[in-house]
Design a protein around this ligand. Structure first.
Ligand code: NAG
Ligand code: NAG
Length: 374
């Protein structure tokens, strides 16, 4: 602890001598690829391109953190996929140029969406993020006949069972009280829509897809991370089940993306080292496409069709996100500087930040979580 403290004091001193200040952002926006980021540049509310700070360890494609002149709002691009996301965030957290201990992290990306819970153009806010790719898989043509899909949890013998090998990144739970506040702020935004999206929605005629046919809105539902960009009703149902099983029936799968568990794991490790506050994370994903076709449609057509939801998803992510950012900045002294106390468990499946996870086998640190892979 003392070593860590002296190290951070030393690096601050060195930077000050070199003429650099340490930036202490109030909000840090995390985008995953270029189109998500440019949407936030050249807007009237704030100027993210006022300062560019090159941080060693970021993606060679996106080497800079961008910040407003006063440093209160910063942003980076991780690059797509779990490996890029984890590497970039770890490098950011260990950069001596930033003091992130009181920073709110707004994860802001587009995603696939379940037509059972939301629609293209909607903006979702998650409490649980589940790592769907960290499983066993048989090709569907070679799976046991009674398996409903080829996916099943590590160390188990059939779908529906809780993972036996636990690696620590399977599930993250974030501050639900903060999520409610963020949703309240986002709901003050006026979301956009397009005729192409309306036409796409109208094809989801089954009553179970009623949510898909409504106009875009702000939705509270959970997210699934997988490096594989999949499409289809059976995989969608398999991952709905994964989300439910891994979170002990609490998580409602609605968005599918390729980074969030990786980012959250880097933030969790940072929180253990007291570099960040894990109660200050918002997981926001807007819907660019459906994860499955309408009933009777093909999984391939769903994936290969033009992504008509892409432009409104990018736009609505920013329109809703700006309200969240402004809400935090405007309410800093009154509310956000002190923080919003979580009333739910926050952290990982291992209980690394303390407390007893409300999912999984229990904290390994309290001695309850026995089933840990060697
Ligand atoms: C920061 O980088 C962007 C390009 O990514 C550029 O447009 C902008 O002018 C740069 N800002 C400064 C202050 O150099
Ligand atoms: C999902 O879970 C339900 C309930 O256990 C089961 O009936 C269904 O076959 C599962 N589907 C897939 C694709 O795993």
């Amino acid at each position: 602890m003392l070593w860590q403290w002296s190290q951070s004091v030393l690096s601050s001193l060195l930077l000050t001598c070199a003429g650099y200040g340490v930036i202490k952002p109030r909000v840090f926006l995390v985008n995953m690829f270029h189109s998500e980021a440019v949407e936030w540049y050249n807007i009237p509310e704030f100027d993210l391109l006022a300062q560019n700070i090159t941080v060693p360890g970021l993606s060679p494609l996106f080497p800079d953190v961008h910040c407003t002149q006063d440093g209160s709002i910063c942003q980076l691009i991780t690059g797509q996929g779990e490996i890029n996301a984890a590497s970039t965030m770890s490098s950011l957290l260990n950069s001596p140029r930033f003091d992130l201990r009181s920073t709110y992290f707004l994860l802001a990306g587009i995603a696939g969406v379940s037509p059972r819970h939301a629609t293209v153009g909607s903006v979702t806010f998650a409490r649980f993020a589940v790592q769907g790719g960290l499983q066993h898989e048989f090709d569907a043509r070679e799976k046991p006949a009674h398996f409903p899909s080829g996916y099943f949890a590590q160390g188990t013998t059939a779908p529906g069972q809780y993972p036996v090998w636990i690696d620590g990144t399977e599930v993250f739970e974030v501050n639900d009280a903060l999520r409610q506040v963020a949703v309240g702020l986002a709901r003050t935004a006026k979301l956009t829509d397009t005729d192409d999206c309306k036409r796409l929605r109208a094809t989801y005629t089954s009553p179970i897809f009623a949510a898909a046919t409504a106009p875009p809105s702000i939705v509270m539902c959970d997210t699934l991370t997988s490096d594989t960009y999949w499409s289809g009703a059976l995989l969608a149902e398999a991952f709905e089940n994964t989300t439910s099983v891994f979170t002990n029936g609490q998580g409602v799968y609605c968005s599918t993306q390729q980074e969030d568990n990786a980012i959250l794991n880097a933030l969790l490790r940072g929180a253990i080292s007291r570099l960040v506050d894990f109660s200050r994370i918002i997981v926001m994903r807007s819907a660019s496409d459906f994860d499955r076709p309408p009933e009777g449609g093909s999984a391939a057509d769903n994936l290969f069709a033009p992504v008509v939801g892409f432009p409104p998803a990018l736009l609505n992510l920013r329109i809703a996100g700006v309200k969240v950012v402004q809400g935090i900045i405007d309410g800093w002294a009154a509310t956000f500087e002190r923080g919003i106390e979580p009333s739910n468990y926050i952290g990982d499946i291992l209980g690394s930040l303390g407390g007893e996870p409300d999912f999984g086998p229990g904290s390994v640190f309290s001695g309850k979580g026995a089933r840990i892979s060697a």
